[in-house]
Design a protein around this ligand. Structure first.
Ligand SMILES: *Cc1c(COP(=O)(O)O)cnc(C)c1O
Length: 498
C-alpha cells in the first residue's frame, strides 16, 4: 500500500515514509493510494479476538511495508494491560437497546488521544527501521494541556526517541500541569513557556523551520518530528475501535452482522470521525457518522451548506478539546469524496488560507450528506445533558461526551431513526471535573474546592474510582520545573538533546 498527497504533486511513498514525514511536501496530507476493503468474513474472523489482535489484523492492511511481527510488537506495547485500566482497551457500555457508549478513555491520560498516541511512537521507531534510517527522533510538542501529556506517556522510555513538551505557564489547568511536571521516564522533558499557548506553538514552529538548527541536530544524530494529529500514524490506530465496537455489538447479541449502525463523534480536528469514515469505506455497516460540535460549529455549518467558513467568533467552551476553527483532517475526507480530485482539494485549501473560506461542489456535497449528519450544542445544553444522563442512567459523562449525547438527542428527535447508535466517549468525567460537578451538583458544589478536591468529591458522589493517571498527583515528585522565554527555546532544545 502506497500513500499519496491530498494535494498531489509528490510521488507515492510507503507507509513508513508517510509516518516519518508526517506532512506531505507542499502541505498536503498523506492518504492511502487505494481503498482498503474487508469482506464480511474478514470482519467476522476478528470477532473472538482481543482488541490487540483485531488491531494487528486491521493495521496490517494499511502498513504493508511493516512485518506482521513488528506490527504485533507495536500493538502489544501500545495496548499493554498495565497501561489501560481494562483488558477490553476500548469497552462498550450499553445504555438502552438502541444506544451504547464506546469508552475511549481507559488509557494512561484518561482521554481518547491515548488510543493513537500510545501506538504512534512505536510506529515511528518501526518506520525508521523500515526506512533504514539511523537517526534518533526528537519529538517537540507545544500543548494547551491534553495532547502534551498523552504524547509524554506514549513516548516515555521508547528507545531512540526523546520528547520535549512546552506548555504555556498561563493557560493549563492545575491538574494538567501536575500531570506533566511529575512525568516519569528517561527520555522526557517538560518546560513551561512564559506566555500563552500561541507563544508556545509559534516558538515550536520557529524551531521546526530553522534549517541551520536542523543541521546542527543532524550532526548530533537527531531528526525533529512532531506527534500532531495529521500524521497518518495517529489516524490509522483510530480505525480499529470503530470496527471493534461494531464487532462487540454483534458478539453481545445487540445487533446482527450486517445491520447498519450510527456513531456520534464529538469533533474538533476531524481526526476521530475521519477514522470512522475509513472504517465505513472498508465495508463496516455504518448508516450515519454524526458530527457533534460545540458552539465553534464551523463543521455543522459546513455539513449543512457545503461552505466552510472560519471567519467567525472563537468561543472558549467547557469542551475545550473541540474549540477549533480549522479542522485539518477534513482535507482527507474532501479528497476522497471529491473522487480523489487533488487539484480541487489544493484549490479549496488555498481558498481557506487566503480567504478563510471555501465552498465545495454539489456532487461532493451529496456524498457528504449521504453519510454525515451534523449539529452542535451550547454550553448550557451540554451541562443539562450531563445532569439528564446521570438522572436517567446513573452514568457520569464528561463535557465532550455530553456534546455528542446532546446532538444524538437532536438527531433522534428529527429522524426517529431506530438503528443502534454508539456515542463515542472521548474523556473520563474526572478530566473535566469542575464542569461535571457544576452540572450535577450546582455551582455551590465548586466553592472552596481545588481541582484536586473535586476529584475526591466526584468519586464519592458518583460512586466511581479516580482513574490511576489522576490519583495521588499532588503527592508525586515534581521532576520538571524549568521555565523559559520563547526566545530561548532553541537553546533549551539543544541542552535537552546534548
Ligand atoms: C481531541 C479531542 C476531541 C476532538 O477529536 P478530533 O479528532 O480532534 O476531532 C474530542 N474530545 C476530546 C476529549 C479530545 O481530547
Amino acid at each position: 500500500m502506497l500513500y499519496i498527497s491530498t494535494r498531489g504533486g509528490c510521488s507515492a511513498v510507503s507507509s513508513a515514509e508517510a509516518i516519518l514525514r508526517g506532512i506531505a511536501p507542499g502541505g498536503g496530507l498523506f492518504v492511502p493510494a487505494e481503498d482498503v476493503t474487508f469482506t464480511q468474513k474478514d470482519f467476522l474472523d476478528l470477532i473472538d479476538m482481543t482488541y490487540q489482535d483485531r488491531a494487528l489484523h486491521i493495521l496490517k492492511k494499511f502498513l504493508t511495508d511493516f512485518s506482521t511481527k513488528s506490527i504485533e510488537q507495536c500493538v502489544q506495547q501500545a495496548y499493554a494491560t498495565e497501561k489501560f485500566d481494562t483488558t477490553m482497551i476500548a469497552p462498550l457500555t450499553t445504555v438502552t437497546d438502541k444506544l451504547a457508549v464506546l469508552e475511549l478513555w481507559h488509557g494512561p491520560t484518561c482521554a481518547f488521544k491515548d488510543m493513537a498516541l500510545q501506538l504512534l511512537p512505536h510506529l515511528l521507531v518501526q518506520s525508521a527501521k523500515v526506512m533504514g534510517d539511523k537517526y534518533k527522533y526528537a519529538i517537540l510538542v507545544a500543548t494547551s494541556g491534553d495532547t502534551g501529556k498523552a504524547a509524554l506517556e506514549g513516548f516515555k522510555d521508547v528507545a531512540n526517541t526523546k520528547i520535549l513538551v512546552f506548555y504555556p505557564n498561563e493557560g493549563v489547568s492545575e491538574i494538567q500541569k501536575y500531570q506533566m511536571i511529575t512525568q516519569e521516564g528517561s527520555n522526557v522533558g517538560v518546560v513551561a513557556i512564559e506566555g500563552n499557548f500561541d507563544d508556545a506553538q509559534s516558538g515550536v514552529k520557529r524551531v521546526f523551520t530553522n534549517g541551520e538548527f536542523q543541521e546542527e541536530l543532524a550532526a548530533l544524530g537527531y531528526k525533529l518530528s512532531s506527534a500532531n494529529s495529521i500524521n497518518w500514524g495517529r489516524l490509522v490506530p483510530q480505525i480499529v475501535y470503530y470496527i471493534s465496537a461494531y464487532l462487540d455489538l454483534v458478539r453481545f447479541g445487540k445487533i446482527k452482522y450486517g445491520e447498519e449502525i450510527n456513531f456520534i463523534v464529538p469533533t474538533g480536528n476531524f481526526g476521530n470521525i475521519l477514522a470512522g469514515y475509513y472504517a465505513q469505506k472498508m465495508g463496516l455497516p455504518i448508516h450515519k457518522l454524526i458530527c457533534a460540535s460545540n458552539e465553534n460549529n464551523v463543521l455543522t455549518d459546513f455539513i449543512h451548506t457545503g461552505i466552510y467558513n472560519r471567519n467567525r467568533h472563537f468561543y472558549k467552551t467547557i469542551s475545550p478539546s473541540m474549540d477549533i476553527l480549522i479542522s485539518s483532517n477534513l482535507e482527507r475526507l474532501l479528497y476522497h469524496l471529491s473522487g480523489r480530485n487533488s487539484s480541487q482539494v489544493k484549490q479549496w485549501m488555498e481558498d481557506l488560507q487566503h480567504n478563510g473560506l471555501y465552498k465545495v461542489d454539489q456532487d461532493t456535497m451529496k456524498r457528504i450528506k449521504q453519510l454525515f449528519w451534523a449539529d452542535f450544542s451550547t454550553d448550557p445544553e451540554t451541562l443539562a445533558r450531563i445532569k439528564d444522563v446521570f438522572t436517567k442512567h446513573k452514568y457520569v459523562i464528561d463535557t465532550h461526551t455530553a456534546v455528542a449525547w446532546d446532538v444524538y438527542a437532536k438527531y433522534y428527535n428529527q429522524t426517529k431513526d431506530q438503528r443502534m447508535s454508539v456515542i463515542v466517549s472521548t474523556a473520563s468525567p474526572f478530566k473535566f471535573n469542575a464542569s461535571v460537578v457544576k452540572a450535577l451538583f450546582g455551582l455551590e458544589a465548586l466553592e472552596n474546592k481545588s481541582e484536586f478536591d473535586l476529584l475526591e468529591f466526584l468519586a464519592a458522589k458518583g460512586n466511581l474510582p479516580i482513574p490511576n493517571g489522576l490519583k495521588n498527583l499532588k503527592q508525586k515528585e515534581i521532576k520538571h520545573s524549568k521555565v523559559c522565554i520563547k526566545e530561548d527555546m532553541i537553546e533549551v532544545v539543544k541542552d535537552f538533546l546534548a
